[in-house]
Design a protein around this ligand. Structure first.
Ligand code: ADP
Length: 351
């Protein structure tokens, strides 16, 4: 039996479903108050189907009508997800499901069904997809670069260095595989950050990523100032994501030929890693907001239009999950300083 109006939970957020009936003889639609509310229509009115169709993009509308008619002809159930534009100008996603109701003598007289607002789910899925495509860009470029370097070495019959380049490419392939797997598992960003902790020397990770970023962005100069050993117990791929986001942003938001500096120091059981650039600087007053989902400053002309203000949001999620903190501030003279901290560990365990 279909509930009149039932609140349901999707990822902890309350959504509403409602029910509807279409008479196959009169083609009139009636909806429960919940369904009318979802569609932002006046309550309890029996209405023509056109009032729903008008909310749907014309191309999708014809598909919906075709599939609806087909379901009736084949005596099958009907199911479709549609994007609608309500009369109040709201874009929403609806999941519509229906089954035929039969008269006593066996012919169908109406279709009855449920309408469910899946807007939140759609937003989360598209955000999740944006995150994956955002995060895949850098490892893909690095793999390509490593492959080009291998090709260059082979052309000169120089084999020394090839195993290292292939090893790096392999590391990034594993990283990409992990990201894609996570996306498949979660299909939403809520649980996006899973951590697989191992103990490693963060200095080596920083040095190798700076070397790769240096090759990618010959437009900039890079320098590092790091302690010999920074032992952390962390998820190597996730920390790589953090470094990549900070470094690629430093390049995107600073002028050609300027210096990007990565420093690290250990204090009070934490390592403090900072990326300094000589660019436009963090927008005044936005030091915290900058780490929020979808935040984009007013001056993002140098970044790609595919950027959606997700990089720093992810950075914060990752670092917080590791027990560290993030910070963005203006550089001493100019540019920005983006910092993250992580608890350091002794050989064999955490502090
Ligand atoms: P996006 O992928 O859109 O760049 P981010 O989350 O990485 O998203 O960054 C969000 C915003 O923070 C950017 O649009 C930009 O305004 C600002 N920002 C990030 N890094 C820097 C930086 N190094 N210098 C100045 N502004 C920055």
């Amino acid at each position: 039996m279909i509930n009149k109006e039932s609140p349901m939970s999707y990822f902890g957020k309350e959504i509403i479903t409602g029910n509807w009936t279409i008479s196959l003889d009169t083609k009139r639609l009636s909806m429960c108050p919940g369904a009318s509310k979802l569609l932002e229509l006046s309550r309890n009115k029996d209405r023509g189907l056109h009032c729903i169709f008008e909310m749907i993009d014309p191309q999708e509308r014809w598909k919906l009508i075709r599939e609806f008619n087909m379901a009736i002809r084949n005596k099958a159930s009907f199911e479709k997800q549609v994007k609608i534009l309500t009369i109040n100008g709201q874009t929403k996603w609806m999941h519509i499901r229906g089954v035929l109701n039969y008269r006593r003598w066996g012919t169908p007289d109406k279709m009855i069904g449920i309408i469910e607002d899946i807007t939140q789910k759609q937003i989360e899925e598209s955000t999740s997809l944006s995150i994956v495509s955002h995060e895949l860009r850098t490892p893909l470029t690095i793999i390509k670069l490593n492959m080009q370097m291998v090709k260059g070495l082979l052309e000169h019959n120089t084999f020394h260095g090839i195993p290292r380049l292939l090893e790096r490419a392999d590391f990034h392939v594993d990283f990409m595989t992990r990201l894609i797997e996570e996306y498949g598992r979660n299909s939403g960003i809520r649980n996006h950050v899973r951590t697989d902790l191992i103990q490693f020397n963060l200095r080596q990770l920083i040095e190798s990523i700076v070397t790769e970023v240096k090759t990618m962005y010959s437009s900039h100069r890079f320098s590092t100032n790091l302690p010999t050993e920074i032992l952390v117990r962390a998820d190597k791929y996730k920390i790589l994501q953090v470094l990549v986001n900070y470094l690629t942003n430093a390049v995107s938001y600073s002028p050609h030929a300027s210096l990007v500096c990565v420093n690290a120091m250990i204090a009070h059981g934490f390592v403090v890693v900072s990326v300094h650039d000589q660019g436009i600087g963090v927008p005044a007053g936005a030091e915290e907001q900058i780490f929020e989902k979808f935040y984009r400053g007013t001056c993002f002309k140098q970044s790609s239009s595919r950027n959606r203000g997700l990089g720093l949001y992810l950075v914060k999620q990752i670092i917080t999950q590791h027990g560290g903190e993030v910070k963005a501030e203006k550089g001493e003279l100019k540019g920005s300083v983006f910092t993250f901290t992580l608890p350091v560990s002794f050989h064999g365990g955490n502090l």
